[in-house]
Design a protein around this ligand. Structure first.
Ligand code: SF4
Length: 481
């Protein structure tokens, strides 16, 4: 960015500066509980925490509160606008960011990853690739991580060829699509068969913005603005398109790998800083990163290109891409992105947890061991996977530790002899087995004595790492008196 002096600054409170009172004073204040909260103040508090939205308060949407609603909408609008592409329930919302740093406020709207197909792919290859994109999925601590969209590129430059490929693609998938061509005539051919799917149009440039703007307005689709490595031009195009009446914009400031990666990240950071710190309206739009540009570079081995694509995607996910287009479908390229995205977009204030309770593995009987663990998702799924991998027949008591790991829960007194006793009682564990022996995690060793005393059960200290459970049970179970 050349100078912050050129930013379109305006005074607006950041989300962290908005207090519940700021919201409360515009609510109906009837405490009617239609929102499910005990009163309007409780609702206001949850709104500023990002846990509830205005639409959860039906009375606010009656004529009587029109002005209040307008005020609240303005007050709570994020500095980075939201844009939706895709139709109906499969639509994807991007942007809607309130802050620059994740620790300031939970990031909203995880970055969708689109994989490309193009219009010179033979029919069978197109079909297979679309199926691979749809079926790519990885189970991760109780969630299913998957890909989100398909970017259909015109390589032929031919209208009919592009139209046919777009038609075949949208007929074979319900995933949202991005149409990619800088030629407005080719783009229109694609829109004639996919316009009702509300694709993201890629892209308006300094040379074609007028025709692309017309297409975006005609088909009511969001539009990407592309000005590689030229932020003043990007601003100018955004201003022009807004004046033209196109408001659903996505910004692509250009993605360059290798020597250009530093400038790319700088540009993304400058744009997001301008939006979030200075309320710069012209840069307050979602950002598109295109890691697949690495494939346009020098002729080198495919593995190195894939590695570059993975590195570029990870950096853009961090700084501050709201949507990505990638090419590689290899697990080792995509999984790091999906897991990284999952972590970035998880609320840092809420540990990822699973439901507390009793779980059964294999075919446990009255002589089977009873193990204990915490309800921190990562701990729980690791323990579960070790138990399943060894085909053990056992019970697992999952204690509600507030989503903390065993070690943290012990230190914070979220896992205590009393909480273990309560769980044994709540889940009636004594009725499931004929013994009274409990195996607690090795990291909970220091509460073994007190647990024994409080529960009346014999307490064994298991391994510190759940990978040791199978061997531990082989050596120690059944307990010999
Ligand atoms: Fe207050 Fe609206 Fe909730 Fe009713 S629904 S209690 S008016 S916030």
């Amino acid at each position: 960015m050349s100078s912050t002096a050129s930013l379109e600054r305006k005074q607006k409170k950041s989300i962290r500066e908005i207090s519940p009172i700021d919201v409360y004073k515009f609510l109906p204040k009837t405490n009617c509980r239609e929102c499910g909260e005990s009163n309007c103040m409780a609702f206001a508090t949850r709104v500023v925490n990002g846990e509830r939205v205005l639409t959860d308060c039906p009375p606010l949407y009656t004529d009587q509160y029109q002005d209040a609603l307008l005020h609240l909408t303005e007050l709570l609008s994020p500095p980075v606008r939201t844009v939706v592409f895709g139709a109906g329930t499969t639509g994807i919302t991007i942007g809607g960011k309130y802050v620059l740093q994740r620790h300031e406020f939970t990031y909203q709207n995880p970055t969708p990853i689109a994989i490309d197909v193009h219009d010179l792919l033979p029919d069978e290859e197109l079909k297979v690739r679309v199926r691979q994109i749809e079926q790519f999925s990885y189970p991760y601590i109780g969630r299913k991580l998957s890909l989100d969209a398909i970017a259909i590129r015109s390589v032929s430059g031919d209208r009919e060829t592009f139209r046919t490929t777009v038609k075949k693609t949208v007929d074979s998938t319900s995933l949202p699509v991005i149409l990619v061509s800088l030629d407005p005539a080719v783009m229109e051919a694609g829109l004639t068969v996919a316009g009702d799917r509300k694709p993201l149009i890629y892209a308006a440039t300094k040379d074609n913005w007028n025709q692309m703007a017309e297409l975006a307005l005609t088909y009511q689709c969001p539009l990407v603005v592309f000005a590689p490595q030229n932020l003043p031009l990007l601003r100018s195009l955004v201003r022009t398109l807004l004046e033209y009446g196109v408001v659903d914009l996505v910004l692509d400031p250009g993605t360059a790998a290798d020597n250009g990666l530093s400038e790319t990240i700088h540009n993304f950071t400058a744009i997001r800083t301008a939006a979030c710190r200075y309320n710069d309206d012209l840069f307050g739009f979602p950002l598109m990163g295109v890691p697949m540009t690495v494939w346009n570079g020098e002729e080198i081995s495919e593995d190195i290109l894939k590695w570059r694509e993975a590195v570029t995607a990870s950096m853009l996910l961090t700084r501050y891409a709201d949507v990505l287009i990638m090419h590689s479908l290899d697990g080792w390229v995509l999984l790091p992105q999906l897991i990284w995205r999952f972590n970035i977009y998880t609320d840092p204030r809420k540990p990822i947890s699973v439901e507390a309770g009793i779980r059964e593995y294999g075919k446990p009987d009255r002589d089977s061991p009873v193990l204990v663990t915490s309800n921190y998702a990562l701990t729980y799924f690791t323990v579960e996977s070790d138990i399943k991998a060894a085909n053990l027949d056992c019970y697992l008591v999952v204690i509600d530790t507030g989503g903390l790991s065993v070690e943290s829960a012990i230190a914070g007194r979220n896992l205590t002899p009393d909480s273990i006793v309560a769980a044994l009682k709540d889940h009636n564990v004594g009725s499931l087995v004929s013994h009274t022996t409990l195996i607690i995690p090795g990291l909970a060793a220091r509460i073994s004595g007190d647990t024994e005393e409080a529960s009346g059960w014999s307490v064994l200290v298991g391994p510190k790492d759940s990978s040791g459970i199978p061997n531990y049970l082989k050596d120690r179970w059944p307990v010999r008196s």
